[in-house]
Design a protein around this ligand. Structure first.
Ligand code: PLP
Length: 405
C-alpha cells in the first residue's frame, strides 16, 4: 500500500491531453499498433521543423548560455520581446517588464502563485486549455468557469462573466486565440471584458501564445494594447509559432499602472529569483525568432501547412452527418460538436476511447477542456492534409454505426 498520499490540492488536477485515454494509446503503440495522435499541439511530431533562423542563432551563440543568466531573462531577449509587444500597441512596455521562463506553463505557475490566495476566485473560459484551471487548484484558489458561446463564434459570453463575479474574484483570464476552439476575438469583445475588469478591479491575464498563428487575413489584437489603464499580464512564447515546444521558451509581459501592483511584481521577481533563471539556451534564439515572422506566416498562408491542414480537415468533416463545427481562424485546433442524441452519447471520454480502439485515432474529449456537456471533442490539425482528410473519413465511418449503450 502507498502510505504517502498526494496533497489534497492535487485532487482536481487533470490532464486529459495526456490522461488515461492517452495512456491506453501509448500501450497500443508499444504493442505495435500505429495510432494517429491528434491529441497534443506538438508540431514536431508531424515533421514540422524549427526555422533556420532559430537553429543558426542557437548554434552560433551556444557558448553564451553556459552560466545562470539574469533572473528575468537575457537582456537581448527581453529587448526583442519588448519591441514585439510595443509594435503590437503595448506602448509603455520596457524590457524590465518582461519575465522569461521555461514556457508559458512556468510563468502561469509563477503568476498565479503570486496573486491568488487560497479561496480566491479566477474567471476562466470554458472550454479552455487545462493548465489554468489546474494551476488555480494547485494554489488552492477556485477556477470559476465562464461560458464561451459556440453560436457567437466561441466568443466569451459577457453576461455569463458578469453573473459569475463575486467579492472573491481576483482576476479574469482571456485565451486569445483560444485553445481548443481556435477562435480569434474581436477588439469589441475584448473591450467589453476589459470594461468589466476595470469596473470590478480585476487583474487581466491574457494568454496569447497563438497570436502569430492567425489566418484568413485577420489580425490579432493584444488585450493589453486596449487597456493601458489597468494591470494586464500578457503570456506568450515560441513553442507554437517557431515550432520549438521542447525548448520551453515563454514570457510574461506586465503592463498597466505598475505602481498599483508594485508588491505583486516584487513577488514575481522573488519567484523568478528562486528558480535562478529560465533556460538560457533557448533565450539565445529569441532575438532571431522575433525577427523572423516570415517562417510562421508561410505556414498559415494558403499553400502553407497549417492553412491547408485546416482546409482538408473541415472539407472532410463537412461530409459527416451529425458533426458541426465553427471554423477556426487561428491556431491548429478545431472543437467540433457531435449530435449526442443521434449517437446516444452520454460520456465523451468513452466516445474517444471507443474511437481509439476501433480506428486507432487519438482525440481529446471536450470535458478535458472543462466543457460541461459530452458533445464536443478537440482535433489537433497537425498531420499532413491527406492524413487528416483520411482520419476524418475514418471518424465518419466509425460514427455511421456508433451508438452508446
Ligand atoms: C493556451 C495555451 N497556453 C499555454 C500553453 C503552454 O505553452 P508553453 O509551451 O509555452 O508552456 C499551451 C500549450 O499548448 C496552450 O495551448
Amino acid at each position: 500500500m502507498n502510505s504517502i498520499a498526494p496533497s489534497d490540492r492535487m485532487a482536481n488536477v487533470h490532464s486529459d491531453i495526456r490522461g488515461p485515454v492517452f495512456e491506453k494509446a501509448m500501450k497500443m503503440v508499444s504493442s505495435g499498433i500505429d495510432v494517429l495522435r491528434l491529441n497534443t499541439g506538438n508540431p514536431d511530431t508531424f515533421g514540422f521543423t524549427m526555422p533556420d533562423s532559430v537553429r543558426t542563432a542557437l548554434i552560433n551563440n551556444v557558448d553564451k548560455a553556459v552560466g545562470y543568466c539574469d533572473l528575468k531573462g537575457m537582456p537581448e531577449a527581453r529587448n526583442a520581446i519588448c519591441d514585439y509587444h510595443v509594435v503590437k500597441g503595448i506602448l509603455d512596455l520596457t524590457p524590465d517588464d518582461i519575465f522569461i521562463g521555461n514556457g508559458v506553463s512556468e510563468l502561469v505557475n509563477m503568476a498565479m502563485t503570486s496573486f491568488l490566495n487560497p479561496g480566491d476566485e479566477i474567471l476562466i473560459p470554458s472550454p479552455s486549455y487545462s493548465l489554468w484551471t489546474n494551476m488555480a487548484y494547485i494554489v488552492g484558489a477556485t477556477p470559476v468557469l465562464y461560458r464561451c458561446d459556440e453560436a457567437s463564434g466561441w466568443y466569451p459570453d459577457v453576461a455569463d462573466i458578469l453573473k459569475k463575479i463575486t467579492p472573491k474574484t481576483r482576476a479574469i483570464l482571456i485565451i486569445n486565440p483560444n485553445n481548443p476552439t481556435g477562435s480569434l476575438y474581436s477588439k469589441e469583445i475584448l473591450e467589453q471584458i476589459i470594461q468589466i475588469a476595470r469596473e470590478h478591479k480585476l487583474l487581466i491575464c491574457s494568454d496569447e501564445i497563438y497570436d502569430r498563428l492567425v489566418m484568413d487575413g485577420l489580425e490579432h489584437v493584444s488585450t493589453a494594447a486596449l487597456a493601458p489603464d489597468i494591470p494586464v499580464f500578457t503570456f506568450n512564447g515560441l513553442s507554437k509559432s517557431h515550432i520549438v515546444c521542447g525548448f520551453r521558451c515563454g514570457w510574461l509581459a506586465i503592463s498597466g499602472p505598475r505602481r498599483q501592483i508594485g508588491d505583486l511584481i516584487a513577488s514575481i521577481t522573488k519567484l523568478a529569483a528562486m528558480r535562478l533563471c529560465g533556460n538560457a539556451l533557448t533565450q539565445l534564439v529569441i532575438p532571431a525568432a522575433m525577427g523572423d515572422a516570415q517562417s510562421t506566416k508561410t505556414l498559415i498562408s494558403p499553400g502553407g501547412r497549417i492553412y491547408e491542414q485546416r482546409e482538408a480537415t473541415i472539407n472532410a468533416l463537412d461530409q459527416i452527418d451529425g458533426i458541426t463545427y465553427v471554423k477556426n481562424s487561428a491556431a491548429f485546433y478545431l472543437f467540433p460538436k457531435i449530435d449526442v442524441k443521434k449517437f446516444n452519447i452520454t460520456n465523451d471520454k468513452k466516445f474517444v476511447l471507443d474511437l481509439l480502439e476501433s480506428k486507432h485515432i487519438l482525440l481529446v474529449a471536450g470535458s478535458g477542456f472543462d466543457w460541461p456537456e459530452p458533445d464536443h471533442f478537440r482535433i489537433v490539425m497537425l498531420p499532413e492534409p491527406k492524413i487528416l482528410s483520411n482520419a476524418m473519413q475514418q471518424i465518419g465511418d466509425f460514427l455511421s454505426t456508433y451508438r452508446q449503450e
